[in-house]
Design a protein around this ligand. Sequence first.
Ligand code: FAD
Length: 492
Amino acid sequence: MTNHYDTIIIGAGHNGLVAAAYLAKQGKKVLVLERRSIIGGSVVTESFGENFTVDSVQTGGRLRPDIIKDLKLPNTGLDGTSRPPFISLQPDGNHLILNEESIKRFSEKDASCWGEFVRFMDKAASILDAAYATIMPRLPKNLNLRDGYGLLELGLELRLAGRKDMINFIRALPMTVQELVEEYFESEVVRAAITSVAIHGSTLGPMSAGTGYTLIHNWMNRSGLANVNVGKAGEITNALADAVKSYGGEIRTESEVKNIKVENQIAKGVVLSNGEEISANVILSSADPKHTLLKLVGAQDLPPEFVWHTQSIKMRGSVAKIHLQTSGNHGISEGTSVVAPSIKYLERAYDSAKYGEISEKPYLEVTTSDNVVSIHFQFAPYTLKNSDWKTESANVEKLAIDTLAEYFPKLKSSIVNTKIITPKDLKETYGLTEGDINHGQLMLDQFLFMRPIPGWSNHKTPIDNLYLCGSGVHGGGGVSGAAGRNAVKVLK
Ligand SMILES: Cc1cc2nc3c(=O)[nH]c(=O)nc-3n(C[C@H](O)[C@H](O)[C@H](O)COP(=O)(O)OP(=O)(O)OC[C@H]3O[C@@H](n4cnc5c(N)ncnc54)[C@H](O)[C@@H]3O)c2cc1C
């Protein structure tokens, strides 16, 4: 077997596969190395037993339409054009579906504002999407001509968005999502339902600054409030893997990279856990920045200030997933349902995470796919102050089921089998440092030219020929593939 490649890509999540497919399409000799026995990273559909197949971590997702087109992927709805229902569960059974008609039952005024809110959020998401597609300059280090051109294009895009929307977009980013929704809506039920999407995946509460940004990010990722393509996450990464292979690229699973070989500040290749060495001209890592730089390279080969910045990247996973295999008689409607009765409820759920505790009254987001019910549970911090995940795993599973069963009385009797994925599992099985689902929190100080760290926002690292292409760099998180594609543009 040949052991020299033009490019080695570490990790077969969607970003690694997007980068690999573009490079293979350019005629490069490409090898993707994945530590798990299956590809997909967080965008994966797995089986936990007979009739128990599920999007195990990220629910569904949508890939950028231009990537689908460029790579000639079969687009069976992978760009997520549908808008499934988003339902806020209410204890009295008077559930809110976020559309004008249902909102009217809670407030006539809010129903009349809904259309304008959706219009603004769609516009804001499209502006953010354009920013994510733009390679950021290495501020404050330098601003070269090529970077300047990209920014010019982005500036034009912003200008075309119209002055009012552009200013409202910029204004919304640092706001708390509570303040943002208060400007549109008076009903607490409506407000809380929307704010839950802003805190989804973040260790932040609806009263935290910068949750205006996370709402726009998640709206962009889903093209609305509800998850799209539920049960089809694996189709996205399988289609990408097929594209890599069709362009002549190779993918190897069960191939964990133990370290990146560096000589005189130049990346030369990788060493696998089984001792095998593979050399390459260029290495792209879609593993998170902390793992790539501190574990696979190591502080000894990096400048001290860079190491300090990398160590300081905020990774604060606090998500657990609970999957329930049921008889099918669970009573939960299709779409995305949330337990988010009020903003105070969500903020108190977040308070627990601040103190290293599991929320006793958690925020839940629930999706169904055939007979399987999937529960996204927040907040369940990776680092627990007074306990550990071996002890708490069963408690969190029970708490999730008990909380949801208050709304669906038939749920408990319909359960056949369960599978919980704790933040510890997100690290150990899915390779996410500190269980952080976005490879680094989506916060304004880890945003644009500050992602992953200030001065290194253009996929490069202090090691020549080593680049980053996963969610922890600008363009990530989410399932758009922007981070993977942007990295390839930098290589040209
Ligand atoms: C529970 C959950 C919910 C989410 N919800 C949302 C959401 O609502 N909105 C949103 O925007 N995003 C969400 N995300 C985040 C989104 O799914 C991720 O940002 C995105 O999928 C990451 O893709 P990636 O390709 O960059 O990295 P990953 O999918 O993490 O892929 C990296 C790959 O690298 C492999 N790897 C790591 N180290 C090595 C090594 N040393 N050697 C070989 N291989 C290695 C890993 O096994 C993995 O397969 C969610 C994620 C999770 C887990």
